[in-house]
Design a protein around this ligand. Sequence first.
Ligand code: GLV
Ligand code: MN
Ligand code: MN
Length: 436
Amino acid sequence: MPKQNLQARGPVEGFLEAHAGLRVDGERLLGRLEELGKIGADPAGGITRLGLSAQENAAMAYLRDLCGEAGLETETDPAGNLLIRRPNARRGTDPVLLVGSHVDTVVQGGRLDGAYGVIAALEVLDVLHSHDVDLPVEMVAVAFANEEGALIQTPFWGSRALCGSLEDGLAAEDRSGQPVSAYLAQAGGSPERLQEAAWPEGSIAAYLELHIEQGPTLERLGIPIGVVNGIVGRTILDIDVLGEAQHAGTTPMADRRDAMVAAAEIILGVERVATEHAVCATATTGYLVAHPNVTNTITGTVRMTVEVRDTDPGKLVRGEAAVRAECARVAAASGCDIDVRASMRSKSVSTAPALRDAIRVAADTVGLEHQTMPSGAGHDAQIVALVAPIGMIFVPSKRGISHAPGEDTAPHDLVHGANVLLHSVLGAQAVAAAQD
Ligand code: GLV
Ligand code: MN
Ligand code: MN
């Protein structure tokens, strides 16, 4: 049906030309980003708006208010995702063009990671609605819940739920063991109906996500638009190091099983995996808790997480194996028991060539230079990629900073990116219709 509509409309070029002058409201976009950035502002710096927390719920409520003002309809699905539609959207079995990102952050993260893509998607829908642009393939904007997995340890929670790849979702919990169900109910989701968040196969014609780059490439090149060709895969390993808590003054150095020292050896070994040995692109120890964490007691246990990333699936597997080998080496040398479990694996994916082309044409329409590049950060898009073609647009990040309070992008770059998203939505119509 969308295909017929598109054909009835005439060549795609005609459709694009008719709307070539359309632009987002830059002031409105920047103002909304500013407001959203106040939700979860952390007195210690940056923004702490963890997925499925009260702060993410407040951000979703803010979005719902904006949609109400714009005359757009909202729905919170059982996984806590916010879906936004035009009021006259054709409901039914027609596949849609899904556009969005997430509004949760890491602890003391930035105001743009995720939030920019959601506010821009809302802006695009707002513009299309107010200009009465009749899209052959309906656009639905989405704010995915809990992309970061910073509170509930399941990154890509919302996109996995919507794409039907959230296995054993209700087993998810926070670091103190509180189950996800209570958080989900607070977020307006429904633990009992979680499975119903999954869309039927074939209902996403295509997916677009606009995001800050979170790295230094575009800024260094002086190019305003990145056309993403692929997204890294990632494996997260939860590691428990079990030593023996003992007196720090009386236990001879030779008699110790110090979990902190073993953890330090692992950390350095993890770094070597991606530096000296170049097994995979990155390897990071980002989380560590020592117990009992007392000045004059030898550390008994350490709980830590390590993650490895690469666009090459083989290198990702070898990176994980290398970290496991480091842990085995340290266990043998230290006498500590070391348990390693993979808690998350996301696949590396490619974006759809036709959507890359649509983004390039959109950037040309707006008069912006573009650069094809991979993404070293993970995105909801890589989950959607398992069920539909995806396209991703990047804008420069100042000094490449992200997941930190200093995250920033020049206002004109933010507006440029949203205009490219708008024209990519128009250009993606042909790609989306062809999926039908
Ligand atoms: C997502 O934010 C990531 O960690 O790449
Ligand atoms: Mn992030
Ligand atoms: Mn993000």
